[in-house]
Design a protein around this ligand. Structure first.
Ligand code: GLC
Length: 482
């Protein structure tokens, strides 16, 4: 991309931001965005200077789909009506890893815009240095209305760097019509039951001529998406959440068993291509009516918004199946944060409060979907009418949640997750045996985090991973994550 292209787009009008970004190719997204921000920042400030009104720039983890954009724009118009402050919404690249790279580039380069960033639950520790402490702008009572774990997650060294707006949990979507047809009265309670039911329904539907029908779709792409899935398999089996009590505990027989089981799904009850699926890929197959079960986020229930081959009365949602130890659901979700470099911190914090407050969450959920971060809203009649699954979501969040180890590892989390998902992916693709892959992963994670493994015979978790394989700590890794 030529700098002059950037400059002319920036100078033409601040309102051209999103259109301009749409026109960028994926590969040039990062470099284009970075250059654009610098040039456009100056142009935009120049443009708004004589105007008493302020224009904030918000960069979101949102879809580029037009109907979603329209709904988001209505929300932002409401904010402008209330405050007189205008907002430009920028789209983000797809995928948590790609988005994080863009956010880091912008924030670490001191870019004055965007003013407000959407922040994944795993990012507060990575971005904290360049984000404002919202405690100075948001009344304590308002902060306390959100789930306390999310507030704790977003608090880094005493600084509240982001206010939650959406909580996500992994759930099992199932075809209630097909379950009934094949004689099942309840969704699967265990992974074994899921395997049996998925295989039987798949065989039955294929025999009826649906050649592309699959038992179970999920997210197996080498990305943060498979980190979330694999954590659920491993924790449910009793393999622990990767890091426990300041030790790396991933190399254990329970995790190995969970991984071997998932690898068996590929090409049997799940399509061979599942190892390339992110959330949308699984969702598209599900929505086309080509799968009996799907693991996806609670936010994948979009109500009326997306029409597909299956209708409301054909499916239901349940907690994920139980492993030998428990049910485990990975916590996802988002918050909003203000850049330390924003020229309008007070106004930006007002926008964050607006985006996270209860009536905005309620409206958004009605029109777009998602689950609230304010526990009180789960009893709201309007909310329950909008989504009949809120009691399942709340129960799952309260009793089955597991967090990725992003708080413990801070800036090292992206490296940890990358090592973890690459290993998982190798096992799913049959490139490595689970046992040796986990042993190598243990060593790699110890190097990345500087943490040790439990000693021989140590019991590191509630289930006691006493059979943990002994791995010598690599040299020069005695530094601890604080
Ligand atoms: C969802 C979750 C987010 C997670 C991502 C992984 O968007 O909300 O927390 O990192 O999926 O693909």
């Amino acid at each position: 991309m030529r700098h002059t292209d950037v400059e002319s787009a920036a100078n033409s009008s601040c309102t051209e931001f999103p259109k301009f970004l749409h026109n960028l190719g994926r590969r040039s997204f990062l470099s284009g965005l970075a250059t654009f921000m610098v040039v456009a920042g100056q142009a935009c400030r120049r443009a708004v200077q004589p105007d008493p009104e302020i224009t904030l720039v918000l960069i979101d983890q949102t879809w580029l789909d037009r109907s979603f954009q329209e709904r988001r724009n209505l929300e932002l118009e409401q904010f402008t009506k209330e405050t007189g402050i205008r907002v430009k919404l920028l789209p983000a690249p797809e995928g948590a890893v790609e988005t994080l790279d863009t956010w880091r580039n912008l924030l670490e380069s001191g870019a004055k815009i965007p003013d407000v960033y959407a922040v994944d639950v795993i990012w507060p520790g990575i971005l904290a240095e360049n984000l404002l402490d919202l405690q100075a702008f948001v009344p304590a009572q308002e902060i306390a209305s959100h789930f306390p774990e999310l507030i704790a997650n977003n608090t880094v060294n005493g600084k509240l760097v982001a206010l939650p707006c959406l909580v996500d949990v992994g759930l099992l979507f199932y075809r209630s019509d097909l379950l009934r047809h094949y004689g099942y009265s309840t969704p699967p309670r265990t992974w074994e039951e899921l395997e049996t039911m998925a295989a039987r329904i798949q065989a039955g539907e294929r025999a009826k001529g649906q050649k592309d029908f699959w038992g179970f779709v999920w997210e197996g792409a080498s990305s943060e998406a498979v980190t979330c899935n694999a954590l659920e398999w491993q924790v449910s089996e009793g393999g622990g959440p990767i890091i426990e009590k300041n030790m790396v505990t991933v190399n254990n027989p329970e995790t190995r068993r969970a991984l071997e089981r998932a690898a068996r799904w590929v090409g049997t009850i799940s399509p061979p291509g599942v190892v390339t699926y992110k959330e949308w890929d699984a969702y598209n197959i599900w929505q086309a009516g080509q799968a009996a079960f799907m693991r996806n986020w609670a936010t994948s229930h979009f109500g009326e918004l997306i029409q597909g081959a299956i209708t409301k009365d054909q499916f239901d949602i349940a907690a994920l199946p139980r492993g030998r130890a428990r049910i485990a659901t990975t916590v996802g979700g988002r918050a909003y944060a203000v850049s330390q470099h924003s020229l309008y911190p007070r106004e930006a914090a007002t926008l964050v409060r607006f985006l996270c407050r209860s009536d905005t969450q309620l409206n958004r959920i009605r029109k777009i979907g998602g689950s609230p971060t304010i526990s009180e809203l789960y009893n709201d009649p309007g909310m329950l009418a909008a989504n009949p699954y809120f009691s399942t979501i709340l129960k799952t969040y309260r009793s089955d949640r597991v967090l990725r180890p992003s708080k413990e590892t801070g800036k090292r989390y992206p490296d940890l997750s990358r090592a973890y998902y690459r290993t998982i992916h190798d096992v799913l693709e049959g490139k490595k045996a689970a046992a040796s892959a986990l042993s190598d992963l243990q060593t790699e994670l110890m190097q990345i985090t500087g943490l040790n493994a439990p000693g021989p015979g140590a019991s590191s978790g509630p289930q006691g991973r006493s059979a943990m394989l002994r791995v010598e700590p690599p040299r020069g890794t005695d530094q601890k994550v604080t």
